[in-house]
Every structure is written in structure tokens, then in C-alpha cells.
Design a binder for this molecule. Structure first.
Ligand code: SF4
Length: 508
């Protein structure tokens, strides 16, 4: 039986445990932790943040043979910093936010299976570090990856409580209950939070450090996703109904971030242009205030129309990011005219050696983006064949993709398609149709992720229960949907389109 500890909780340490390669475009700031800290502080709770993402993550990522040592060293270093912070501070509650289950960013040449399971061992090491530093502190887990396996991770990390879903109201409620001498008997807590009316005072994490690293600032205009793509856990985590924030509030937040020096912004929404009217209202507000910003966000062909593209272009989508320029100063490949002389060895994921220096796929892509006057519009279409789109549960069809591509290309905006192959409904014919559609649509690049991970509480999980897994915890180690077409056959077909396609193996 669970016997709750008693309080009080006067001081809280929130820890971002994200592992991201620094100085890479994929590096993201822990915005949700910033939001959470803002809400707790607003309720009079003393909060400090420790951002482990900023501690020495290697970039570029090491090659396979060195990866194990590098990650073990990194995780030991992170655990030591956390342990010291907890031991030296007078915290009553430590909240560990666990964002990613697997390192999806690790591509060739180090995408082997064991490395993909490192994040879990990191979480357990961090939890043990908290316990060692202070056995009495309340240890609370949260974040998207935690929310997928709450019971298992709570038990394995020996945590006191776990928060599933949005943390703002749940963590504040937990602290208040403990302080009123009524600690909850249920160790897994879920409490809805009204995101639509929330105003966040940003800067609880080290924003200047992110700005210096050239990281794009991120913010969220809504939570939730009403679509039903069957591999995706987003609706289970954020809800199937939208919580929309008013445009004035979102753009106020953007202006506050601009005062820290940011000019590039990434919208963290599941899909920025859905619902379409919300996206348009945000863009109109940015235009009305005449902000000189560059914008990024996940875009879908679903309902993408002429007016949206007008507004998006006017507000700052498609302009090259200034942060890319900052990163370029630190780490740019030499001019292409020199590559042949220096020696150029490309990998299938888009990364390359130029001379004896390795450049990640993202760096190579950024480099080509800088040379264009407009940044690519990336459409996450997953597939371009009706049977495959239906198999994935997408809410648009092949015709919608062609229509959207036509509107985009008519403006001279370079176009990238993101594909996800190997899900239900995948056929060789469908892959061929998809690539032909990309050619007909005039796509400049096609990013292909091969293989789909099965997450709990998704359509794919329901489809594979009994065959691939029995208990939810079976899905904790990386578990791939069995592609109807062997990967090697898909790869052979992709090779015919090698000038167009960048391939990333999710699974082998
Ligand atoms: S993949 Fe589909 S369900 Fe998931 S966030 Fe995107 S649109 Fe929503």
C-alpha cells in the first residue's frame, strides 16, 4: 500500500531532461517547462529550473563505435550535475520532465538499436541521482514520454508521483494538496488545464543561452489535435479537442521573446494550419504589428489555401532563418566548388564528410537553404497515394496534396515533402505513386522516414495488440510496426529517385 510522504513543499526544482545535439537545427528549447514554471510561479510557488539539455550534448553525434562511451559519459555528467544541484539546494520537490522516449534524431551512421534505448536508462540514472542526493525529496515525473507509460516508469524510477498530460494544473494542485496535509493517495495524477486562457511569462529557462546557440524560439498557439493519424500519440497526450489561444496573447508572447533577441520562431502546435482560421488570425496579428520575424511550423496540405499562403508569406514563413546564419558562422561546410578537391563522401541520410570533417544532414540542408532566397515549405504528407494515406488514417487525399503543392509552387516557394513509409497500407505501387506525385508536384526534396514506432493508445497499438504486444509496457522498448513491404524493396525503389530523396531509417 502507498503511504504518502508529508510536506511541506516550499521550493520546487523542475528539470528538463531532453537530450539534443547542440548547435544543430534540431535543438529545441524546453518551452513546456518554461510554461509550467511560469504557471507555478504565478501561483506563488518558488520554482527553479535546471536545463540538462544545455549540458555538453555532443555535436555532431558520434559514430556508432564511439557512441556508447560518449552517451555513458554524457549521462553520468548529467546525473552528477543534477545530484549536486539537489544536494546543494533546499528543494522539497524535484520534477523530472521526460520528453522523448527514443532519440529520433540519431541518424546514420549511429542509428543502431541499443543507442535508441539510451534515454530510458538516462531517466533512471537521473531519478537515482535525485534519490541519492536527497532521499526525502518528493520525486515527480512528467512530460510526454512519461505520460505514455506512467505506471511502469513511476515504478522503475522509484518516483513518488507521476503527472500524465498537461502539468500546469496537476503539479500546482499536487503542491497545494501536500501543503494542506492532504497528499494524494493516487500516485498518477491527471488534471486538465485551460490552455486557451493561459498567459505565460517566459524566461524561466535560460533563453539567452539558447539565443546564443542560434536556436529558434518556440511557442504554442494551441494544444490538441482533432486528426486521427493512427501512428500518432499527440491526440492522446494533448487531447482531441483544440484549446486555442487568442492571437493577441500569442503575439504578445512572441514580442516578449523578441526583446530577448529572438527573430526566428517555431510554432510547437501539432499542425500550425489546423484549424486554419486560428493560424490565419495569428498571422494577421503578426502582420498588423509589423514584426520582422521568420516563422516555422508543421504544415499540412489539409485545407491549405491561397489566403493562408498570402498571410504566411507576409508574416515571415519561408524567409531564411537568421539563426541559421548564426550557426553558419560556427560550423559551415566549405563552398561546394572545393568539395571535389577536399574529398566529398555523402551518406544516404544527407550527412557527409567534406575533407576530414563530418557535417550532419541538417547542416548540409541548412547550407543549401542559405543559398536560396526562400526557405522550403515542408509539408508533412507521409504518403502520396490514397490507399497509403487511408492506411495511416490521414485526413487528406492525394488530390489535396496536389492542390496544395500547386499553390505553393506557383509562388516560387521551394517545396519539401516529409514521408513516413512502412505503415499499414504500404505497397510498392503506392510508394511509386508517392514519388511520382512528388515529381509532378515539383518537390525539391523528399525526406523519407522508413519504419513506424508503435506507441500506446494509438490506432497502430490497437491494430497490433495481441500480435506485437500484450501489456502496454511491452511497447517501452522500441517496437516497430511490421511493414507490409520489406524495407529493402522500398529502399531499392527509392534509389531510382536518389536525386530527390533523403532517407532516414527509423528501424532496420
Ligand atoms: S500526425 Fe496526425 S494526429 Fe498526429 S499531430 Fe499530426 S495531424 Fe495530429
Amino acid at each position: 500500500m502507498f503511504i504518502p510522504k508529508s510536506g511541506p513543499v516550499r521550493s520546487v526544482l523542475l528539470v528538463a531532461t531532453n537530450v539534443v545535439p547542440q548547435n544543430d537545427q534540431h535543438m529545441i528549447m524546453p518551452t513546456q517547462l518554461d510554461y509550467l514554471a511560469a504557471q507555478l510561479r504565478g501561483r506563488g510557488i518558488h520554482v527553479e529550473c535546471l536545463d540538462l539539455s544545455l549540458i555538453g550534448t555532443p555535436f555532431p553525434l558520434p559514430r556508432q563505435e564511439q557512441a556508447q562511451d560518449t552517451f555513458q559519459h554524457l549521462f553520468a555528467q548529467r546525473a552528477m550535475v543534477l545530484s549536486r544541484t539537489v544536494a546543494e539546494g533546499e528543494f522539497d520537490l524535484v520534477g523530472l520532465s521526460f520528453r522523448n522516449l527514443d532519440p529520433s534524431l540519431i541518424q546514420e551512421p549511429c542509428a543502431e538499436q541499443p543507442i535508441r534505448e539510451y534515454y530510458l536508462s538516462d531517466l533512471l540514472e537521473l531519478s537515482a541521482a535525485v534519490r541519492q542526493a536527497n532521499e526525502d525529496v518528493f520525486l515527480v515525473l512528467g512530460g510526454p514520454a512519461y505520460s505514455l507509460f506512467p505506471e511502469t516508469l513511476l515504478r522503475r524510477a522509484r518516483a513518488d508521483y507521476g503527472i500524465v498530460g498537461a502539468g500546469e494544473a496537476a503539479l500546482a494542485g499536487l503542491v497545494e494538496s501536500i501543503n494542506q496535509d492532504r497528499p494524494p493517495l493516487d500516485r498518477i495524477i491527471s488534471r486538465s488545464f485551460d490552455f486557451s486562457s493561459a498567459v505565460f511569462s517566459r524566461g524561466n529557462i535560460d533563453l539567452p543561452a539558447y539565443h546564443k546557440l542560434g536556436v529558434t524560439a518556440s511557442l504554442q498557439t494551441k494544444r490538441g489535435c482533432a486528426h486521427q493519424c493512427n501512428y500518432c500519440n499527440y491526440p492522446a497526450l494533448e487531447g482531441r479537442h483544440y484549446q486555442l489561444r487568442p492571437a493577441t496573447v500569442v503575439v504578445d508572447e512572441m514580442e516578449a521573446l523578441m526583446r530577448t533577441g529572438f527573430e526566428d520562431f517555431y510554432f510547437l502546435d501539432a499542425v500550425f494550419n489546423s484549424p486554419l482560421e486560428q493560424a490565419k488570425s495569428i498571422l494577421r496579428e503578426i502582420i498588423r504589428r509589423q514584426l520582422d520575424v521568420r516563422l516555422e511550423g508543421m504544415l499540412s496540405p489539409h485545407q491549405l489555401d491561397e489566403e493562408f499562403l498570402d498571410l504566411a508569406e507576409g508574416a515571415g514563413f519561408f524567409k531564411p532563418l537568421t539563426s541559421l546564419g548564426r550557426r553558419r558562422l560556427a560550423d559551415a561546410p566549405p563552398e561546394p566548388s572545393l568539395w571535389r578537391t577536399l574529398g566529398y563522401r555523402p551518406f544516404s541520410d544527407g550527412s557527409a564528410f567534406v575533407g576530414n570533417k563530418y557535417y550532419s544532414a541538417q547542416t548540409m540542408k541548412d547550407f543549401s537553404v542559405r543559398k536560396k532566397s526562400k526557405r522550403n515549405l515542408i509539408l508533412g504528407i507521409d504518403a502520396g497515394d490514397d490507399q497509403m494515406l487511408q492506411g495511416l488514417g490521414k485526413s487528406f487525399d492525394q488530390a489535396a496534396i496536389s492542390r496544395a503543392a500547386q499553390l505553393i509552387r506557383a509562388r516560387g516557394i521551394p517545396l519539401t515533402f516529409d514521408l513516413l513509409l512502412g505503415g499499414p497500407g504500404t505497397t510498392l505501387e503506392g510508394v511509386k505513386n508517392t514519388l511520382n506525385l512528388a515529381l509532378e508536384a515539383g518537390a525539391d526534396t523528399v525526406n523519407v522516414a522508413l519504419g513506424i514506432r508503435v506507441y500506446p493508445r494509438t490506432g497502430l497499438a490497437a491494430m497490433t495488440q495481441g500480435s506485437l504486444w500484450h501489456m502496454e509496457q511491452d511497447l517501452l522498448p522500441v517496437t516497430a510496426f511490421q511493414s507490409p513491404v520489406p524495407f529493402w524493396e522500398i529502399v531499392e525503389l527509392l534509389e531510382d529517385f536518389e536525386d530527390l530523396v533523403t532517407l532516414d531509417y527509423n528501424f532496420r
